[in-house]
Design a protein around this ligand. Structure first.
Ligand SMILES: *Cc1c(COP(=O)(O)O)cnc(C)c1O
Length: 398
């Protein structure tokens, strides 16, 4: 199939749920992707914070090949060395006590919510309320869709599971007004991703944690986007000095191979028993071997330090752009290599113009350009981004 055939086939055959851009990607290398015509694109999206070690990172490619040749899958009815190793690695990085592997972010959150409900309802059958934030994103399954505080995603999917209440993000008074002794859990992203890259007030998560303790509610932090080192620390919540009860991961965990995970502190260790939760694929040998390669890379290649350093440079450079185009750019915010740039107008055309110039960026929440590149990028890759933005933005700033 040539490029046009591929696009036409997809348009005919695939559910049109993605507002796709008109390029066909073929392969990648480091921080670059290449389309079927061989055109190069500097990748500031990384498959939405997934390709944390970049494209075709050799140790990950080797781990995939080695494990595929050995054993792709068995069943969670048996032990495997790679799963034991992945769980131990995650525990060491997180200070959490128990680990479960799923296949995606939504599934990780779904499991986390089940764990929280089981823990809370054992104390009081009415302790079911889940509080989440407006503009959050937690996934597309019915329960995680419900947890997602964005009405547009709910439409047509009802009836949704009950028990969920929403509050504005980074507004402690709003949580105070909703939380009570029937609250099972508060579930938040440490830094909101899909909702527009929102960093909470410095004390917000600490105050939420204290409120949770007061009402014996659990704090679930969804680290599916902010986790895996992109913010300069392994988890986004580490910037705010808290310890959640449950943490979820997915996206970057196996560098592009599907995987998800939820982790809990020791206090929930005895909540799930044999049969209470499960997954056919979750944490299978292939996915765990790949997660091990990624987790090793993050520590041995100092990717968190790189994300922090290059992230600071990126933030500075984007703030300079903001000064240059004040009528177009209203805010630049983020931590490390998880950065958003808010515009006074929709960003999709800008994304398209960047694509033409060999740069992949993303627009979320309509008018926020989101930069979540691989953690291996360098200051030179920031300079390339800024050069292209300087070519594209003037026609929008007029
Ligand atoms: C992407 C994302 C999810 C959903 O992950 P999927 O793998 O698409 O199910 C959940 N929470 C956050 C914060 C995310 O960014």
């Amino acid at each position: 199939m040539n490029t046009t055939d591929i696009i036409n086939h997809d348009k005919q055959d695939y559910f049109p749920v993605f507002a796709r851009y008109d390029i066909v990607l073929d392969h990648g290398d480091g921080a670059y992707l290449y389309d079927t015509d061989g055109k190069a694109y500097l990748d500031y999206l990384a498959g939405i914070a997934v390709n944390v070690v970049g494209h075709n990172y050799q140790p990950l490619v080797d781990a995939i090949a080695k494990q595929a040749a050995k054993m792709i899958h068995c069943s969670n009815l048996y032990y495997t060395e790679v799963q034991a190793e992945a769980a131990a690695k995650l525990k060491a990085l997180s200070g959490m006590d128990k680990v479960f592997f799923a296949n995606s972010g939504a599934e990780a959150n779904e499991g986390a919510l089940k764990l929280a409900r089981k823990y809370a309802t054992a104390k009081n059958p009415e302790k079911v309320q889940i509080i989440t934030a407006l503009h959050s994103f937690h996934g597309r399954t019915l329960a995680t869709l419900t947890a997602t505080g964005q009405e547009k995603y709910h439409q047509g999917s009802g009836p949704l599971p009950g028990g969920c209440d929403y509050v504005p993000f980074s507004d402690i008074e709003a949580i105070k007004a909703k939380i009570n002794d029937k609250t099972c859990a508060v579930m938040l992203e440490a830094i909101q991703g899909e909702g527009g890259v929102h960093v909470p007030e410095p004390n917000y998560l600490k105050e939420v944690k204290a409120l949770c303790e007061k009402h014996d509610a659990l704090l679930i932090i969804d680290e599916i986007q902010a986790g895996m080192g992109g913010t300069g620390k392994f988890f986004g919540y580490e910037h705010f000095g808290i310890q959640p009860d449950i943490v979820t991961l997915a996206k970057g965990l196996a560098g592009g191979v599907p995987i998800g995970a939820f982790l809990s502190t020791a206090k929930l260790a005895d909540t799930f028993h044999a049969g209470d939760h499960g997954s056919t694929f979750g944490g299978n040998p292939l996915a765990c071997a790949d997660a091990n390669a990624v987790l090793t890379a993050i520590t041995t290649e100092h990717l968190m330090d790189n994300a922090a350093a290059v992230g600071n440079y990126l933030l500075d450079q984007l703030k300079t752009l903001q000064q240059k185009y004040p009528t177009l750019i209203t805010d630049v915010r983020g931590k490390g290599l998880m950065v958003g740039m808010e515009l006074t107008k929709p960003g999709r055309d800008i994304v398209n113009d960047c694509l033409t110039k060999g740069l992949i960026i993303n627009c979320t929440a309509g008018n926020v350009l989101r930069f979540v590149p691989p953690l291996i990028i360098t200051n030179k890759d920031v300079d390339t981004l800024i050069t292209i933005l300087n070519e594209v933005l003037p026609s929008y700033a007029a």
